[in-house]
Design a protein. Structure first.
Lengths: 371, 236
C-alpha cells in the first residue's frame, strides 16, 4: 500500500525539482514551464488521492476491532436469559408461587388436623354439615384415630407457604382464584371442634367418613377467596413430604418477634448450597441470607417439612438474586461468563478468529495489487 | 352447552396421559382416523389405593359367542364421555380410550385387544367417564340392548395392596348413608370384587364410596369416591 504512494511522492519531488531548476534559467520557454507546472499539479492531485485512500484503509481495519469490542462489552454486561440451578436449602418457612393449578398429595396426620378459613363444608354425614352450618364455622379441628388430608387442590396463581414447626406443619394458602379445596378422611373415634364451639361428642366412624372443605365459591372462580391455614400435627419421627410442586417463584421469609411488639419480616433461611452448573459456581447460603427466584421452571422439587425444612430443587430460573447484608447481586452469569465456560462455544470463538484472520490476509493481498 | 359439547367432539381426541409400552406391541397410541387410543402401556405404583375398573349395567354378551365382531357400547347420559376399556385383572397394562357421545351406540371390536392380551371378554372392564362434578363422574355402560334398561349396575373395584375387608355405600348427599360390608372381601393385592349397586329410578346422580382396610397395618386405604351419573343429571 505504501510503496506506490512513495513512488508517486518521488515522482512529484522530481517534478518539483525540475520545475524549480528550469525556472532559474531565464531562457526557459514559457510553454515548457507551463507543461512542468501542469505536470506537478497533476502529481500533487494523485499523491493526495493516494493518501486519502491509505487513510480509508486504515479506517477499515479499525472496524472489526470496534465490532469485537462491542460484542464483548455487551456479552459481559447482559446476563443469560435463564440460569440452570440446583438448590438444597434448610429453612423454617418456604413460599411457593404456583402459576399452574396444583394438588398436594395425600398426607397422613398423626394427631390433630386444623383447617382455618373455609367457607363451606360438605360431607356424606348430614350431622356434620348441620353442625358446621349452625356454628357458621370457618374453622375446624379434627382429631381421629386415623386422619388423612386426602388432597389439597390449589387453583392457578396460589401462594403456598409451608412452615415447619416442632410438632406441626403449617400450610398457608393465599390464592387469587376460587376455590381452594381440602379433602379430609377420618376413621375410628373422632372428635371435631367447629368454630369456637365446644368439641362435639366423640363419634365413631367404623368405616370412615369424608369431609370436603371449600374456600371460595366454585361458581365464581374470579373471586379472591379468604386465606386458608392448614395445620397438621406430626409425630416425633415423621415429617410430611411434598413432591411434585411446580413453583414459578420461591421466597424465603417469615415473621419474627421485633422491637415494639410489631413482628418483623426476616429471612427464613438456615443454610444450604446453591449450585449453578452453567458456571460451575457453588454459593454457600448462611442463616439470614435473602434468596429470591422468579420465572422458575422446575424439574424436581422435594420438600421434607421437618425442623428445619429441607428443600431440594433443580431446574432453571429467569431471575435469581441473593442478598447478604446490604449487598445484593444477581446470580445469573453474563453471557460472556456463560460462554467462556463452554468448550463448544470456545471452539466456535477459535474458528471465528481464524476465519477473520484468513479474510484479513486475503483482503491485504488484493489491496496490494494495482487496481 | 350443546354447542360446546359439539365443538369438543369436533376437536382432536386426546389420549390418556400414559407411558406407551417400550417392550410390548401394540404400544398405546392414537388409532388413525378415529377418536380412540389403544395399546399396551407401562405403569408405576406408588401409594396404596382402590380403583374402579368397570361399571356396567345388565347382562354381557354370551361369552362363547365366537362370531362377536363388534360390541355395541351404550351409555345413557347427556354429557360427552370418555370410554375406557382395560383388563379387570392386574395385567397386562393394555388400555383403550375412546370418545363416546351419550345415548349413542359405539361399535368396538374387542378382537385385537383379546388377541393381544390373551384375555376373555369377561375379563375386560368398561368405564364411561364424564369430566363433570367435583368427583370422577361415571356412567354405567350397557353392552347389550337389554342392559340399557337394567336397574342394577355392577361396579368392579380392585385394591393395590392386600386388604382385610371392603365396605361400600351408595347415597344421595344429605340423606342417610349406610355402609355395607362386602361379603368375602378379604382380598389379595390386585384382586377384584364386584359391588352390586341399585341405580335410582329418577336417573339423577348417586354417590358411591368404597373403603378398604389394609392387611398390613389395619389402616384404611384412601377412599374411592365416585358419582354415578344418570340420564337426568343436569335437569331440575
Amino acid at each position: 500500500m505504501s510503496e506506490p504512494l512513495s513512488r508517486w511522492r518521488e515522482l512529484r519531488d522530481l517534478a518539483a525539482a525540475r520545475l524549480a531548476s528550469r525556472l532559474e534559467h531565464d531562457d526557459a520557454p514559457l510553454a515548457e514551464l507551463r507543461e512542468l507546472q501542469e505536470r506537478l499539479s497533476m502529481l500533487d492531485a494523485t499523491v493526495a488521492d493516494q493518501m486519502a485512500r491509505a487513510h480509508r484503509h486504515r479506517g477499515m481495519s479499525v472496524w472489526p476491532v470496534l465490532l469485537v469490542a462491542t460484542v464483548l462489552l455487551v456479552a459481559a454486561t447482559v446476563p443469560v436469559r435463564s440460569v440452570p440451578l440446583s438448590l438444597e436449602v434448610r429453612a423454617s418457612a418456604i413460599t411457593f408461587g404456583l402459576a399452574d393449578e396444583s394438588t398436594l398429595a395425600s398426607q397422613s396426620v398423626d394427631g390433630e388436623l386444623r383447617i382455618d378459613g373455609f367457607t363451606s363444608l360438605e360431607s356424606a354425614d348430614a350431622a356434620l354439615v348441620a353442625a358446621a352450618a349452625q356454628e357458621r364455622a370457618d374453622r375446624i379441628a379434627i382429631r381421629a384415630a386415623e386422619t388423612r388430608l386426602r388432597s389439597l387442590a390449589l387453583p392457578a396463581g396460589t401462594q403456598l407457604t409451608i412452615r415447619g414447626r416442632l410438632d406441626t406443619t403449617e400450610l398457608q394458602v393465599e390464592s387469587v382464584r376460587s376455590p381452594v379445596v381440602a379433602e379430609v378422611e377420618v376413621r375410628g373415634h373422632t372428635t371435631l371442634r367447629m368454630g369456637d364451639g365446644v368439641p362435639t361428642p366423640a363419634r365413631a366412624f367404623p368405616h370412615g367418613e369424608w369431609l370436603r372443605l371449600n374456600v371460595g365459591d366454585a361458581a365464581h372462580p374470579e373471586r379472591v377467596p379468604p386465606p386458608m391455614l392448614v395445620s397438621l400435627s406430626r409425630g416425633n419421627d415423621s415429617a410430611p413430604q411434598f413432591s411434585g410442586l411446580r413453583p414459578a417463584t420461591l421466597r424465603f421469609a417469615e415473621r419474627r418477634e421485633g422491637a415494639g411488639a410489631v413482628a418483623i419480616v426476616d429471612s427464613s433461611i438456615a443454610g444450604g448450597t446453591l449450585t449453578l452448573p452453567a458456571t460451575s459456581d457453588q454459593v454457600t447460603l448462611s442463616a439470614g441470607d435473602w434468596l429470591e427466584f422468579d420465572g422458575l421452571v422446575v424439574e424436581r422439587c422435594e420438600v421434607v417439612a421437618g425442623v428445619p425444612m429441607m428443600l431440594k430443587l433443580s431446574g432453571s430460573a429467569r431471575s435469581a438474586r441473593l442478598r447478604v447484608g446490604e449487598f445484593e447481586r444477581s446470580l445469573k452469569p453474563s453471557i460472556l461468563e456463560y460462554v467462556s465456560r463452554h468448550h463448544l462455544v470456545s471452539l466456535l470463538w477459535g474458528s471465528a478468529a481464524v476465519l477473520w484472520g484468513a479474510l484479513a490476509w486475503i483482503r491485504r493481498q488484493f489491496a496490494g495489487a494495482p487496481l | 352447552l350443546l354447542f360446546a359439547s359439539a365443538t369438543c367432539g369436533a376437536q382432536a381426541f386426546e389420549c390418556a396421559p400414559l407411558k406407551p409400552s417400550t417392550s410390548r406391541a401394540p404400544a398405546y397410541r392414537p388409532v388413525p382416523d378415529q377418536a380412540r387410543c389403544e395399546g399396551f402401556f407401562d405403569r408405576r405404583v406408588s401409594q396404596p389405593f382402590i380403583e374402579l375398573v368397570s361399571l356396567t349395567r345388565g347382562p354381557w354378551p354370551a361369552a362363547g359367542d365366537a362370531t362377536l365382531s363388534a360390541l355395541e357400547i351404550h351409555a345413557d347420559t347427556r354429557s360427552q364421555i370418555r370410554l375406557v376399556v382395560q383388563p379387570q385383572r392386574s395385567g397386562p397394562f393394555y388400555r383403550v380410550d375412546a370418545a363416546l357421545l351419550g345415548q349413542q351406540v359405539l361399535l368396538w371390536d374387542p378382537t385385537p385387544m383379546l388377541g393381544a392380551t390373551g384375555l376373555r371378554l369377561s375379563d375386560l372392564g368398561f368405564l364411561a367417564l364424564t369430566g363433570s362434578t367435583p368427583l370422577p363422574g361415571v356412567v354405567p355402560v350397557a353392552l347389550t340392548a337389554s342392559g340399557r334398561q337394567a336397574r342394577r349396575a355392577d361396579a368392579v373395584v380392585r385394591v393395590s395392596v392386600p386388604v382385610t375387608s371392603v365396605a361400600w355405600r351408595a347415597y344421595r348427599l344429605g340423606a342417610e348413608a349406610a355402609w355395607t360390608e362386602a361379603p368375602n372381601s378379604q382380598l389379595f393385592a390386585w384382586q377384584r370384587i364386584t359391588l352390586p349397586i341399585d341405580l335410582p329410578p329418577d336417573g339423577k346422580e348417586l354417590r358411591v364410596d368404597v373403603q378398604a382396610v389394609a392387611a398390613s397395618d389395619g389402616r384404611a386405604l384412601p377412599m374411592l369416591r365416585l358419582a354415578i351419573v344418570g340420564p337426568n343429571v343436569g335437569t331440575p
